[in-house]
Design a binder for this molecule. Sequence first.
Ligand SMILES: *Cc1c(COP(=O)(O)O)cnc(C)c1O
Length: 235
Amino acid sequence: MTEPRRTELRANLATVRHRIEVACAAAGRDPHGVSLVAVTKTWPASDVRLLAELGVTDVGENRDQEARPKHVACADLGLRWHFVGRLQRNKSGSVATYADVVHSVDRQPLVTALDRAAGDAGRVVTALIQVSLDATAGPARGGARPDLVDDLAAQVAAAGSLRLGGVMAVAPLDADPDTAFARLAEVAARLRDSHPEAVAISAGMSGDLEPAVRHGATHLRIGTALLGHRESPVR
Ligand SMILES: *Cc1c(COP(=O)(O)O)cnc(C)c1O
C-alpha cells in the first residue's frame, strides 16, 4: 500500500508547490518566504513519514491525543511540529513537550500555562497569536479579538519559555478570504511595530492559499490538498 500512497502524495505535493509558486509570482513574492505546513490530522504516522521522505519539513496537528503518539512514531524524522488546533489549558503540559510552534494562543491563561509547561520541559516554544477575524463568531472557533492582540503579545514576549512568532488566523467560513486576510495583515503590521521579530503570518488552507499569499502569509496550513479528504470533518 505504501507505493501507491507515495505516488499520490508526491503528485499532491507537486500540485500544492506549484500553486504556491504561481501565487507568489502573482504577488511578486519569493516562494522561499512561504513555509508549507502539512496538516496531517486524521492521517496515519506512515503518511507523515512519506511526506518527510518527499521533502516536507513541517507538519501540523490539531488534537493532542492524536499528535502526541504521532510525534513519538516520527521522532527520528527531525520534523518541525506545529499545533494548529484549539488548545485546552490542561493539554499545554503535553503539547509543550513536542510542539515547536503553537498557532492557537488566544487567551492569557493559556499563555501562562504554556509558558510554565515549556519551562518544565526545558524547551522554548514559538507562540503565534490566533486572531479572530469573524466579528459574529463566539469563542468556540477560537482566536483573540484584534483589539486584544497587543496585550496578549506583550504577555508572550515577557514569557521566559515562549518566543513571540507572529499571528495566525482562519478565514471565516462565510466571508471573502481577501477581506479577512487583509485585516490579518493590518493586525500583523501593527504587531511588528512593537515586536519587529514577530514576522510570521499563518494564514491560508487548501481552499484559500492564494489570497493568503497575496496578503503576506508566511505559513500555509495545508491538509486536504496534500492528503485528500478526511473521513469525518475535524473542525
Ligand atoms: C484542518 C486545519 C487546516 C487544514 O485545512 P485544509 O482545508 O484541509 O487544508 C488548517 N488549519 C487548521 C487550524 C485546521 O484545523
